[in-house]
Design a protein around this ligand. Structure first.
Ligand SMILES: Cc1cc2nc3c(=O)[nH]c(=O)nc-3n(C[C@H](O)[C@H](O)[C@H](O)COP(=O)(O)OP(=O)(O)OC[C@H]3O[C@@H](n4cnc5c(N)ncnc54)[C@H](O)[C@@H]3O)c2cc1C
Length: 392
């Protein structure tokens, strides 16, 4: 369909089908639907998910045969732009849409795609990531969780840590050691594991803030069918890296402004003052610089997606996106807190409104982005070695 006709029809459809309360940006990622069997969402959130999933628009570019929207990049971009203009929030988020789904589309068997992609699109199943272990973070390939073959199953024993939302998830994509004698990268397999399987236990880790987004996951004689291998037995390292490519692009992309305007400018006008121009020239300069940096990243991400359309798989360049995206976002969050002045010093209680408290919390949370999905130092190592070709 012609792009302008699609734009008009999409806008009309969104206006007719989105519940009224969805025409606002969420205060945090937690207000968006993450799907799954373990969480009950408010009626409007659930309805918004259902109507969008029915059209495949929770995963607009995924093929129709698995329940996706089947849109090409140009049409999907128009859908995103119209949602942005209406300030409509995404109907669904999570590691299914951003990590394991894209990996299955790229590398999964037909059976795995047919089994797992439709429940992701409809928000029925929530996924978590079982990569890190107590002794294996940056040096991920040293992981020790064992999987031994027993008939048609593997039997898993070991421990994962920093499993984000492990207690709220239904399935985990997990890296396990299947050949302890091989070179460390060559003895790893990538599996899909139902969290309801006997022997899986999850323990939330309480953070200093009082929240517990992370868990420890313990595995004791857990049976996982051999049919749940993604890629080849002992070929999991290639899958792990391919998934990290999607994860790193997603982390960079999360910060993209989807609604028109620049919230930093509105914030500065309110807290620093100035009618048409922001009163403080240094703040003006820093806001403009940050905006330019973000736009450059957005354009580069768009260019990379156009490359993906032409059959290019995400590679080590995703480390550039992740590094640049998280650094730009940390500078942006810091600037927001500085603009608030004393109002940026609150954690809770009277004297600070919800928006101010949200800005302070987002600033602290942004530090974690430079660790998850591989730390900034690790991204710089990858860029040096695998993008620039510098010697070890
Ligand atoms: C918000 C958040 C969410 C997360 N969610 C998940 C999840 O869902 N699932 C999951 O499996 N994991 C998750 N993680 C874990 C994350 O992947 C690890 O924390 C990360 O890979 C770093 O590992 P580590 O914490 O063991 O640090 P370490 O590897 O011990 O690193 C410590 C420090 O040493 C530096 N360092 C290490 N090696 C090198 C090197 N070769 N060169 C230069 N510097 C180096 C690091 O940059 C870091 O500063 C999450 C982490 C965070 C913060």
């Amino acid at each position: 369909m012609d792009l302008e006709q699609f734009r008009e029809e999409t806008r009309q459809w969104l206006l007719a089908n989105a519940p009224k309360s969805m025409f606002t940006q969420p205060k945090s990622l937690d207000e968006i639907c993450w799907g799954g069997r373990k969480t009950k969402y408010p009626a409007d959130v659930q309805r918004w998910l259902d109507v969008m999933a029915e059209r495949g628009w929770t995963a607009p570019t995924w093929p129709k045969e698995y329940g996706g929207g089947g849109l090409d990049r140009e049409h999907a971009k128009v859908l995103g732009q119209e949602m942005g203009k209406l300030r409509l929030r995404p109907p669904l988020t999570g590691f299914g849409l951003s990590m394991i789904g894209p990996l299955l589309l790229q590398e999964g068997s037909e059976e795995l795609k047919r089994t797992h992609l439709p429940p992701i699109i409809h928000g029925k199943i929530r996924w978590c990531q079982g990569y890190s272990e107590p002794g294996s973070g940056s040096d991920l390939a040293s992981l020790q969780t064992r999987a031994e073959i027993d008939g048609d199953d593997f039997i898993l024993n070991g421990q994962k840590v920093w499993t984000s939302y492990g207690d709220k998830s239904d399935w985990m994509f997990i890296l396990v050691r299947t050949d302890p004698k091989a070179k460390k990268q060559s003895g790893i397999t990538f599996l899909l594991m139902d969290m309801e399987t006997p022997g899986v236990s999850v323990k939330p880790i309480l953070l200093i803030s009082g929240s517990s987004p992370f868990c420890e996951t313990f595995l004791e004689n857990v049976r996982v069918p051999r049919a749940n291998v993604v890629g080849q037995l002992n070929g999991g390292w290639a899958m792990a890296k391919a998934l990290l490519g999607h994860e790193r692009t997603m982390i960079a992309d999360v910060f993209k402004d989807r609604v028109p305007g620049n919230p930093l400018v509105d914030l500065a006008r309110k807290y620093i003052g100035g009618e048409r121009r922001i009163a403080d020239p240094i703040a003006r300069d820093r806001i403009t610089q940050n905006d330019m940096d973000q736009r450059c990243l957005d354009l580069t991400l768009d260019r990379s997606r156009d490359g993906a359309k032409a059959g290019h798989k995400p590679g080590p360049e995703t480390s550039i996106f992740k590094y640049y995206g998280t650094e730009t976002n940390m500078r942006r969050r810091e600037l927001m807190v500085e603009i608030l002045g004393p109002q940026g010093l609150g954690w809770e209680g009277a004297g600070f409104d919800d928006k101010e408290l949200g800005i302070t919390r987002d600033w602290l949370r942004s530090r974690g982005n430079s660790i998850e999905g591989g730390t900034s130092e690790i991204q710089l190592n990858i860029i040096a070695k695998r993008v620039l070709g510098l010697p070890d």
